[in-house]
Every structure is written in C-alpha cells, then in structure tokens.
Design a protein around this ligand. Structure first.
Ligand code: WTA
Length: 704
C-alpha cells in the first residue's frame, strides 16, 4: 500500500498503528551482494566471544604494530581498546588505497550552485592535498603531536583534507558545525585549548554566499574572554584569490591558505604512528548544563568501529557511490562521510548546501547524475523532501540498493515514503540509533539478515548488548511495552574515551547511574547510560523514544536547553529563561523560549526579538526559537526550580500534569491563556499529541 492510498489518520491513530508494524524483507538482489549475508556473523559477535569478536573490525585496518590486549578494563569506565597497537588514521584512509585505486574518486564534492562543476577528488589527489596541508599545519602552524586544532568549516573538501592532515600528524582535530555561531565556536576553541582556528571566508547556502569569516573574529574574541588566545586563523577561500567576507583580515593573525600553500607544493609528510589509544578528535555536544562536552574519540578503537559498521551496516563496497547527506560538522559526518567510508576505500559524496535548493528535486538529481547507490540522511531531511517534493523521486533515474536514517525517531509514515517513493521500493533500509558519544551505530538491523520494521531501529548491533532499566536499575522486560532507560551493558571500540578536561563529569553522566560496584574492574558492573527512553518489542527490536534529559532535538541536532537559556540571559532585560520543545512537522522539534523580565520592565516585542537574536548569536540559527513568550513569572517548585514540563505542556497544547506541588500554581492558567490564545491568533493549529509525544513532554526536564 502506498502512502497516497492510505486514508488520513490522526497522529494518535498512527501511534496505535505503530505497534502493529509489519516486517519488510530486503530485496533478494541486495542480499546477493551484501557484505553481511551469512547469519554466522551474528554468532561470531555473540556475548561469549566478547571482546575478541572486535578483532574482526580491527583487522579491516592496517596496523603498524599489532595490539597485545583487546580490551583493558583496569581503569573503569575509561576502557582501552587494542592496547599496544599502533596505527595512523590518515594512512588507513588514504595512503593504503593508493596501490589499488589511486585514481578512483575518494570524494565527489557537489557545490550548491548548480552551474558550478562538481569536483572528483581521487585518492591520489586527496593524498597530495592532505600532505600539503599537513606540512603547512606543522611548519607554519607549529602544531605538534597531541595539540588541538579547531575547524569551523562548512561542507567543502577542505574540511576532510584538514581532518586527515591532523590525523596524519597525530594532532587532535575539533570541528565545530559551520552553522554554529562565532561565540559557540569560541567557547569550544577555549575549552579544547586550540591555538589555531581553521575557517573559510564564505560558503553557499540557499543560493547565498554566506559571510563566514566574520564568525572567526567573534570566536577569537569569545575565546579571549575565556582567557584563551588564538595565535593563527587560517582562512580558506571558497573561490581562491577572491575574498568573500566583509570582515578584515587581522595582520599577523589571519592568513589565506591559498597564499600559503604554494610553499608546500609537493610536500610529503610521514604519517605519525600513533598508539591505538591516542585521541583522534573531539566532537562537542550539548549536555544538561551550559558547558559543552568535548567527546574524545580514540584512533584505533574508533576507526575499527566505523570501518566495521560501515562495512556491515552501510554495506559499503569499494566500488559503491555512497552519499551521506549530512554535515561533517556532526558525528554522523565524521564517522560516515569521512572515516568509515574512506577506511573502506569507497567513493564518498559531499554536498555543500541545502537539500531542497534550488528545488525539491536536487537530491534526486545528484543521485541520478553521480549514480549514487547508497543514500544516508536524517528524518528531518526526509520529512522536508517529502513535504516539498513528494513525487519528485519518480522523475529521476536513480537506483539505491541501501538507505539509512539517523538522528531522531522516524515516524512509520515518513519511513514508508522513504522506502516506497524515495527508494522506489528497491532498497534495504537501516534505521541507525546512536550518539555523538558512541562513535558509531548502537542499534540497527543488519540489512541483509534482519527484516526492517518501520519506526524501530532494530536490535543492538554486532557486539553491542543493550538493556532497558527502570529508574531503580531493575531490568524492564522485553516485549512488556514498558518504557525505560536504554543502556548498553558492555564497552565497544567506538565508545568515547572521556569528556575533554572533565573526566569526573564523564563518569557521572554516563556510568554512575547504573554502576553496580565502583571498585569493580569487571565491565559487567558498568552499564553505559545513553540518556534515551526506549521500549523493546518481544522480537528484540528497540523503539527509541527520545532524550530523557533536557536536550531538544531540532532537525536531528541536540541543543542543550541550558545553553539556549544562558544565551537568553545575555539580554540585559531578562531575569529568567526556560527553553522547551514543541512538535514541529518538519524539524521534529522546535524551540520555544519563555522569559521573565527584571522587575519594573514592561514586555515588548523589542525584548523578544533581542532574545531571538542573542540565541542566534550564541548558538546559531538552528536554535532560533519559534516563539519567545514574555511571562510575569515561571511555574516553580517550592525549591525555586522552573518546571519545564509545565510550560512544555502549554506550548504543545497538552496536559500540564500535576501542578499541585508548585509554589505558584495560579500562574499556570495565566500563562496558558496568554500563550495559547496568541498561538491560535497567529494561526497555529493545535494537534493532539501521540501517546509517545505526550510522554516526552511530561518527562521533559524530569531531572528537576
Ligand atoms: C537521537 C546522532 C531515534 C537519540 C548520531 C540520541 C535517534 C540522540 C536515532 C543523539 C534513531 C539518534 N532513532 N533516535 N535512529 N539516532 N537519535 O549525539 O535521542 O547528535 O540520544 O548523534 O539522537 O544525537 P547525536
């Protein structure tokens, strides 16, 4: 049945319907060519073979010296993988492919303007660019093994070049998503202690050449406020020789990379042989408090894990044309645009701009033109493509063998459009659940061996054994339909090593909750707390319900409520702020902000605008609130904490739950009346939440 033929049903009915989703089997043609087609692989990764089963992933890499200990648990929960082994990540992603596929494209880069030619960067060309930039970073930048370098780069080939150049030198890279503000970037520069910032003058987004260099000036200023100096800003130019930014270059600090590079033409830099446990990169993510968390990923464990999961779950073969339509500024791009695909020596497509620019057929035109056969994206993009161009895929001649969805729960209706219309019913689909902290997939189906079930990510992946615990640590029975906290019982090679500079917080946030014995060096006593709610069906498949802490997932990007609130509080007039999620048809969730003004000040549109602008400036447009509501007071507990679930309920026209324990219960009705009547006046049509969404809203900010 296609989506068009189905009667319109309300969201509530969809939720009920969800429980009855049928399996879909992968096409025989897919099974015939799949990397994981023999069920014996599931046996090989069974718990009794843990941790040695992961040798199979590590053996996909080329090691300078082999490890002596697969998993060292002596300092829990700081797990060490493949101890004693040495390797270089850049060598594994570039050099070792030269002998067999020197002139195969490693990347095909598609610029946003359709009139601009795409660039195919062969492995040989990538090798040359990476070596030259590595020489520049080392000799001009003065970086050494273990130093950190921050990038604030858009989706251009210079980004993976810079990543691989750092990896070649044993330098830790930290890419900040290009859409984040200068201030957000500066905070991450300071936190990581980077003395070099690599950026670009501008890039294309929605048809505009956006001024990006300006954010570097803000980043340097923010880092300085936090007591950290940036020595050099290396600026790539989107069009070499032409400067696209209005922001002046600062003498002695800012340098155009295209002017420096001629000095390094033809340079060859020996890849530095790194211990498996050496950090490869930091990837910052939002947490429950304002300070972002720099997730530190290892070299040997991480690279093994992304290579293995790319091979078996993405089904990547070297001769595939693989397109992960995500941004490298997020973990998905690090693992599944750059490191995983390149470790396997395939061709990875990169697209600069907005998937629906200049029209809703763009993505499918790219698939047709390049002969893409594996496509990977997030539900938010799928929803957008479905909304703007539901019939576009049929107009293009492309054929996908495999498709992925990642980043947030996908509604079965949207899943079906992805499968039937976007994938033309020809592709095996995997719904991959995981997090920045995890390096690679945690929950998914093996595409040729385990059937698809719309809305469920599937069982734990090979060598990963999930469990659902209740708040007290008791196991929630599979198939009981009861939600709980999904945890992973065992370590796996892709798990992050620590939060950069905050080891205590690492232990506290991810392991303390369910640790059975702090003195134990047995990994079985240290389940990993993922912070997501989930239910497990009797067949072992998990359905992820979303975050249990106060993080809002906008278009697949995690935004910390505390970060949004602190940004709001940078506005002079604001006394208190609370950010909550609202349901959004396209982006999954959108942000609404409630603010209370300092005493004596009158509410005005001007103040509301200032708050929105402050959020833009501090975090980025992605966090821009749909509404800023000025209220006289917030609903609070007796201990003075804001009850976010109550205002989240109001914003979503949902039940606000029990308010009897509030210090000021009378405020709830006043806020509800104000907010909901204005929403209705603005033409917002409230819809009934699904049971699952209602659950999420009720649980929002539950830590309080
Ligand atoms: C959510 C992205 C349902 C989840 C790779 C997780 C998902 C958070 C899925 C991590 C999925 C990710 N189904 N929910 N397939 N994938 N999530 O760190 O709440 O940006 O904790 O990593 O996104 O987001 P992050």
């Amino acid at each position: 049945m296609t989506t068009e033929q189905e009667p319109q049903v309300s969201e509530a009915q969809i939720a009920v319907h969800w429980r009855e989703e049928d399996y879909l089997q992968p096409p025989a043609k897919f099974i015939g060519q799949a990397n994981a087609a023999d069920p014996a692989i599931i046996e090989r990764f069974a718990e009794r073979s843990f941790p040695d089963c992961f040798k199979e992933y590590a053996d996909l890499l080329t090691w300078d010296s082999y490890w002596h200990t697969t998993l060292d648990t002596s300092e829990p929960p700081f797990w060490k993988w493949f101890v004693g082994g040495r390797l270089n990540a850049c060598y594994n992603c570039v050099d070792r492919h030269l002998s067999s596929r020197r002139n195969q494209a490693a990347f095909i880069w598609v610029p946003e303007p359709e009139a601009e030619e795409q660039q195919a960067i062969t492995y040989q060309e990538l090798y040359r660019r990476v070596n030259e930039f590595a020489a520049l970073l080392r000799d001009f930048g003065g970086v050494q093994v273990g130093d950190r370098v921050t990038f604030h780069l858009p989706m251009v080939p210079e980004l993976p070049v810079a990543m691989l150049a750092c990896a070649r030198l044993g330098v830790i890279h930290s890419e900040v998503f290009g859409g984040f503000s200068g201030a957000a970037c500066g905070g991450r520069v300071a936190d990581s202690g980077s003395h070099i910032l690599v950026t670009m003058d501008g890039y294309y987004r929605n048809g505009q050449l956006v001024d990006h260099k300006i954010k570097a000036d803000e980043a340097v200023a923010t880092a300085r406020e936090q007591g950290h100096e940036v020595d050099k800003v290396l600026v790539w130019r989107r069009h070499p020789g032409q400067y696209a930014s209005a922001s002046p270059m600062v003498d002695g600090r800012d340098f155009f990379v295209d002017e420096l590079l001629p000095d390094y033409r033809g340079a060859v830099v020996e890849p530095v042989s790194m211990p498996a446990e050496a950090p490869l990169f930091l990837m910052y993510t939002s947490g429950t408090t304002g300070r972002p968390k720099g997730c530190q990923h290892s070299t040997g464990g991480y690279l093994s894990y992304v290579a293995g999961t790319s091979k078996y779950y993405q089904d990547i073969h070297p001769d595939d044309t693989y397109w992960c339509c995500a941004d490298i500024g997020w973990i998905t791009g690090h693992s599944y645009i750059v490191y995983g695909p390149l470790a396997l020596g395939t061709t990875s497509v990169m697209y600069e701009g907005v998937p629906t620019y200049p029209d809703a057929g763009r993505v499918w035109r790219i698939c047709q033109r390049l002969g893409v056969n594996i496509f990977h994206t997030a539900p938010t993009t799928i929803r957008m493509l479905r909304k703007l161009g539901p019939d576009e895929p049929a107009r293009y001649d492309y054929h996908l063998k495999h498709m992925t969805t990642v980043g947030e729960p996908i509604e079965p209706e949207v899943w079906r459009w992805y499968h039937d219309v976007a994938g033309k019913g020809e592709a095996a689909i995997v719904d991959t659940w995981w997090q920045t902290e995890n390096g690679g997939f945690l929950g998914s189906t093996l595409p040729a061996l385990q059937p698809m079930k719309p809305g469920s990510c599937g069982p734990g992946v090979l060598g990963v054994y999930p469990v659902i615990y209740d708040e007290d640590g008791a196991t929630v029975e599979a198939g009981s339909g009861r939600a709980g906290n999904i945890c992973i019982r065992n370590p796996w090679p892709g798990i992050f090593q620590t939060i950069w500079g905050q080891p205590d917080r690492f232990v506290q946030l991810y392991y303390e909750k369910y640790c059975r014995d702090k003195n134990s060096t047995d990994w079985r006593d240290w389940p990993y707390f993922a912070g997501d709610g989930a239910v497990q069906a009797a067949d072992g498949y998990f359905r992820i319900l979303g975050r249990v802490d106060d993080v809002i997932n906008v278009a697949g990007h995690r935004l910390g409520t505390k970060e949004i609130e602190s940004a709001s509080l940078t506005v002079e007039e604001i006394a208190e702020a609370a950010a909550v999620p609202v349901m959004d048809e396209v982006r999954g969730r959108a942000v609404e902000v409630y603010v209370a003004l300092k005493p004596g000040l009158a509410p005005s549109e001007d103040v509301a605008n200032k708050v929105a602008l402050a959020i833009d400036r501090e975090i980025g447009k992605i966090a821009r609130p749909r509404h800023v509501w000025i209220v006289t007071d917030m609903p609070k507990t007796r201990s003075g904490k804001i009850m976010r679930r109550v205002i989240a309920g109001i914003s979503n026209f949902a039940d606000v739950g029990d308010v009897s324990t509030l210090a000021n219960p009378e405020i709830v009705e006043a806020i509800r009346h104000h907010v909901q009547s204005e929403k209705v006046a603005k033409g917002e049509v409230p819809r009934e939440l699904t049971a699952q969404e209602a659950e999420e809203i009720k649980a929002f900010g539950r830590a309080e």
